[in-house]
Design a protein around this ligand. Structure first.
Ligand code: SAH
Ligand code: F3S
Length: 504
């Protein structure tokens, strides 16, 4: 339902005369909560707005339009966005600013018009199938053609209406090396704890041709690495397309994207373990652009809990997938998502999760405390666990994940690794950073000329999720000389190398 409130007479008069309320094109601030899908949606919205002449700014206080792209996966994520909005609206009122505030995405979808109640100060609510309409709605609010807009309808074909990228905008100045491309929307798996099927709707895939065209356009602009995105990417196209010679539509998509000249690396997230058939495992053996990295959500190491979660695999099957992947690509970097404190999870079942993590040896994991979500089956299950038990299990599992992760990072010291340089480091603006094929961030002292290049670096020393390298010229086979004090003027000088810790 699209709700348009009546606009005050003065504003509508100005609008009908073609006046804009703002004298110049307004500035926009967008903050994103949650997953990479949300990041990608925000980027597409930003590209839309920039395409219409809006300017993106990093300071919400100076922005004419303030948009929060929200996440509903856990209550904490919703509370953070609501708290942030209230603080911004409060500040704006105090300083008598004229700002337009809006919520986008998953929480906007699930709470709808509740978010624009009297006094909230929020004028715009746009759901997950309407991101492509954000610029129209913002235009209307800025010009005073509407006082508030709530647009949370479902829309056929919306999965294909969001192909704008900042890198493709006219006059884009910064080279973007790595890009996200959304391949599908929604999820039909209905894991009993998960709100995503309600906020993102049923699975809807784009066509292979459309996706390849978008990827090709990005590669033409200098992108070298593409991450294919969806809530359950391994289910890509299974309603719309047939398997060919035992190869699922998702594997067919990987092959098509792999064929793009100039593209160096392909990643994807999030897959579902049930999507790791022999065809996908075998694809790693034959598609060199498919990097040695997989984020495979585990959720629990207990078969009873996995069943109650409606996950559709056993712990043994999960370990079989990992073994299969490592047989094809021994260097595979492996990360996962785990939930602790699912209703009824016993101490023994939790220990099964710990045991599995010790056997599988993940490079890292996101460990989530179970959070009951509106309308999900798990929210009304018996056996809710006390907060202290959930906290304690969270701490214990994180300890295991961190210890295993540290030992895996330690093992990289002395190794020479290939990184794709993405740009200035987000942690230290005096440095540059790149990413290994197995998805670890490496910070080094580089320069603008390295951006977009694939170079070799040598990992010298490791702290807690941090690697340090002594200055060395790399890529020339001269490391040993340099370690003995000789410094060359060619190649890449590496001062320090930091691998990112990703837990939250
Ligand atoms: N396949 C999706 C999953 C989205 S949710 C993706 O694109 O990532 C991301 C992770 O949040 C899940 O894998 C799960 O570990 C966690 N999660 C989902 N619902 C949760 C809940 N109710 N409580 C705690 N963690 C949850
Ligand atoms: Fe959620 Fe399970 Fe789908 S975690 S996104 S319902 S695969």
């Amino acid at each position: 339902m699209l709700v348009r409130n009546r606009v005050p007479a003065f504003h509508s008069l100005l609008a009908s005369l073609g006046f804009r309320i703002f004298q110049r094109m307004p500035t926009v601030y967008i903050k994103t909560y949650g997953c990479q899908m949300n990041e990608r949606d925000s980027e597409a919205v930003a590209a839309q707005l920039v395409g219409r002449g809006y300017t993106l700014v990093l300071d919400e206080k100076s922005a004419d339009v303030v948009l929060l792209n929200t996440c509903s996966v856990r209550d904490l994520a919703e509370q953070k966005a609501i708290g942030k909005m209230q603080a911004m609206v409060g500040h704006s009122r105090k300083h008598r600013e004229k700002q337009v505030f809006g919520y986008l995405g998953c929480m906007a979808q699930s709470r709808g018009s509740d978010l624009v109640q009297d006094g909230s100060g929020v004028q715009l609510v746009v759901g997950t199938q309407k991101f492509h309409r954000v610029a129209d709605h913002v235009d209307a609010l800025v010009a005073g053609r509407a006082e508030s807009l709530v647009d949370v309808d479902s829309e056929e074909g919306s999965q294909s209406r969001l192909s704008e990228h900042l890198a493709l905008n006219e006059g884009a100045t910064r080279r973007q090396v790595s890009a996200f491309v959304s391949i599908m929307q929604g999820c039909n798996q209905h894991c009993t704890f998960c709100i995503v099927p309600y906020t993102r709707g049923r699975e809807r895939s784009r066509t292979i041709q459309e996706i390849v065209e978008e990827c090709r356009g990005l590669v033409d602009k200098g992108v070298r690495e593409i991450t294919l995105l969806g809530q359950i990417v391994t289910s890509f196209g299974r309603r719309e397309m047939a398997s060919v010679d035992g190869r699922s539509p998702f594997v067919q998509l990987l092959e098509a994207v792999h064929g793009i000249d100039g593209l160096e690396r392909i990643r994807f997230t999030s897959p579902h373990p049930k999507g790791y058939g022999q065809d996908l495992i075998e694809a790693y053996g034959r598609l060199p652009k498919l990097v040695e990295s997989a984020h495979i959500p585990l959720q629990s190491g207990s078969d009873r809990v996995l069943k109650a979660m409606h996950r559709g695999y056993t712990a043994e099957r999960f370990e079989g997938i990992v073994a299969g992947l490592r047989a094809v690509r021994p260097e595979m970097g492996l990360t996962t998502d785990i939930i602790v404190g699912f209703p009824g999870e016993t101490e023994a079942e939790f220990e099964e999760t710990i045991g599995l993590c010790q056997r599988v040896q993940f490079d890292n994991a996101f460990v989530f405390k179970y959070s009951p979500r509106k309308d999900t089956p798990a929210a009304s299950m018996e056996g809710a666990l006390p907060e202290e038990v959930i906290e304690e299990r969270h701490r214990r599992l994180l300890d295991v994940i961190n210890t295993v992760g540290a030992s895996k990072y330690d093992a990289l010291v002395g190794r020479r690794m290939s990184i794709l340089v993405e740009g200035v480091s987000r942690r230290n603006p005096a440095r540059y950073e790149g990413r290994t094929r197995c998805n670890k961030i490496v910070v080094f002292s580089g320069g603008p000329r390295h951006v977009g290049q694939t170079i070799d670096v040598r990992i010298e020393r490791v702290g807690t999720f941090t690697l340090y390298g002594d200055p060395a010229v790399l890529g020339l086979g001269l490391e040993e000389d340099l370690a003995n004090g000789e410094r060359g003027g060619r190649g890449v000088q590496v001062e320090s190398v930091v691998l990112e810790e990703a837990n939250r």
